[in-house]
Design a protein around this ligand. Sequence first.
Ligand SMILES: [Zn+2]
Length: 268
Amino acid sequence: MDFQYFDSHCHVQGSEYDTDRDDLLTALAKSKIGMTVVGVDREASQSAVALAEKHENIFAAVGQHPTDTNEPFVMSAFEILAKNPRTVAIGECGLDYFRADNHDTARATQIPLLESQIALAVSVNKPLMIHARPSKGTMDAYSEIIDVLKSAKREHGDMLIGNIHFFVGGIEEARAFLEMGFTISYTAVITFANDYDETIRYTPLRSILSETDSPYVSPAPNRGKRNSPFAVVDVVQAIARIRGENEETIRQAMIENATRVFGLGELA
Ligand SMILES: [Zn+2]
């Protein structure tokens, strides 16, 4: 399938789209916008796979979000989802300390959950979709994920790759992920905040993915409203503006990068 844009991380299986999902997905397919629909728990992962099986332009990521700790991580259930040929990544998984009351308690449950999903990604040979959100004013979630990934890389080498979604780290964190062969993705936050400009310019074009994280973070004119994967167009424009590069160059690179990271070439 030839895409015009690729949204590497969205949640269009969510209830926010229950009233108009079919219309939205039809419009997105017509505009040749490809996307990876990401699960945050077992049910959302199952719905992501179901959408991916039905739509040529949709692929699935299956996993359990670090703050989704109400249900246990059932490896056997996720294994089945992970092996589905329409599943192109494992996650979102990672570490999230933004709202944690106690860092040590949160860490004690989140690290094993992340490690289970790293093991799953290696066993099915698919990339990780990493979520990292540090506690306010720190980079704690990033530095810990870097440590976890570094030791996993020592064991698994090039078998372990992935994308760091909704990147809010700095140059130092970006460099650590890039050295491990990971990509970094940006949402429409970059249409209204300039905190990430330096990192966007620092990161080689080959290592950037475009995403929307819909329904969250709408671009500038629609802030606060429900977002959609159409906003990936705004993200591409913002990356071009920030890097001072041609929009067409960025548009094509985002498709090439997603195709490479998610192995879409073999699925087309
Ligand atoms: Zn997400």
